[in-house]
Ligand binder design. Structure first.
Ligand code: SF4
Length: 339
């Protein structure tokens, strides 16, 4: 690889005043001010991600847990997350870290610089590194620098993201981040407004399309929240959008559970998940999965051409993989993904 081009997603707009360019909120920050995500600021006259190199959650996960089902199945991924989020959803499943600022954090931080990641990845016998658990955009520079080091050492790189990042971030990430698990929480602004005010869904959708068109590996996740993002119109619009990018994109429908400030919203009814899967399949999406729920076959991959069961998953474990060189072993149909 060529030498790393150090990045900083801030723009100086006045003496001691900076605009953060990591996400569309474009927070304007002065000394001591913290952005909407809670972890980007100006300190001693310099703009910075306060959590750079400071993860709070580290684990080795099966890649299926991200979820990425069509990207090195059965591999292990070193997973890191830190504090902060630029979407701050009311129903956040990781609110203990995503809705915290460093000053609200009473526990220790790990200290892992980008150049430490390849060694750590090898020590835990992982095949790649994922930036996950909280929104990677809030430490976008660390994701870029870390992914660069991991790629240089031969590992793969993953971002698990809400998709709400700027064109600058996606352009730089696309140089070094191989795969993206992107949440599509809604397509109508008024729906995002119910649980994450100020979000422009077109940004998320444009990032999904752009990354896919660049040849990056993309899987889309819809967490179906009863009475929030599950209207018939919204479901159809989400499916139509993904199909308009590519019917190859793996489409994960995940079950919502009451959490954080959305404890009044019930778990997604199983029947509704099955119905949504049917709608997605009928619209031509080739790989539709059900997550956060155990339903026989809900996480398995079938050949879209001949119907052969190709990948059987039990929870996060792959118990059968009949894809050979990216193709169905029965009929030779090319299966989207990196196998
Ligand atoms: S990443 Fe954070 S500081 Fe930067 S614009 Fe978005 S919310 Fe504001």
């Amino acid at each position: 690889m060529e030498s790393r081009n150090y990045v900083e997603f801030f723009e100086k707009i006045g003496e001691g005043i900076y605009k953060c360019t990591a996400c569309p909120f474009h927070c304007v920050l002065k000394e001591g001010m913290v952005g909407y995500c809670g972890v980007r600021s100006v300190e001693k006259g310099k703009p910075r991600a306060l959590v750079y190199g400071l993860p709070v959650s580290i684990a080795v996960d099966p890649i299926e847990k991200k979820p990425l089902f069509h990207f090195y199945p059965g591999s292990k991924v070193l997973s890191l997350g830190t504090l902060g989020c630029n979407m701050r959803c009311e129903g956040c499943q990781n609110w203990e870290i995503a809705h915290r600022t460093p000053s609200q954090w009473n526990y220790a931080f790990y200290k892992i610089m980008p150049e430490d990641l390849p060694r750590l990845m090898r020590e835990v016998d992982a095949d790649g590194v994922a930036f996950t658990y909280n929104e990677p955009t809030v430490w976008a520079e660390y994701v870029y620098d870390g992914a660069y080091e991991v790629k240089k050492s031969g590992g793969y790189t993953v971002a698990v993201t809400n998709g709400y990042f700027s064109e600058e971030v996606r352009r730089k990430w696309s140089e070094v981040v191989d795969a993206y698990a992107i949440d599509l929480k809604a397509v109508f602004p008024e729906t995002y407004a119910k649980f994450a005010p100020g979000i422009k869904p077109e940004v998320v959708m444009d990032n999904i399309r752009w990354l896919f068109d660049q040849g990056k590996h993309v899987e889309v996740i819809v967490n179906l929240m009863p009475g929030v993002n599950d209207s018939k119109d919204e479901r159809k619009a989400m499916i139509d959008f993904v199909a308009s990018v590519s019917t190859d994109i793996p489409f994960h429908i995940t079950r919502f559970f009451p959490m954080f400030q959305m404890k009044n919203v019930p778990p997604t009814p199983v029947g509704e998940m099955l119905q949504f899967r049917e709608e997605a399949r009928s619209a031509g999406l080739k790989y539709v999965y059900l997550g956060n729920i155990r339903i026989e076959g809900g996480e398995d991959t079938y050949c879209p051409a001949c119907g052969t069961l190709l990948v059987k998953r039990d929870g996060f474990w792959v118990s059968l993989n009949k894809i050979n060189e990216g193709k169905c072993t029965e009929c030779g149909y090319k299966i989207y993904g990196v196998w």
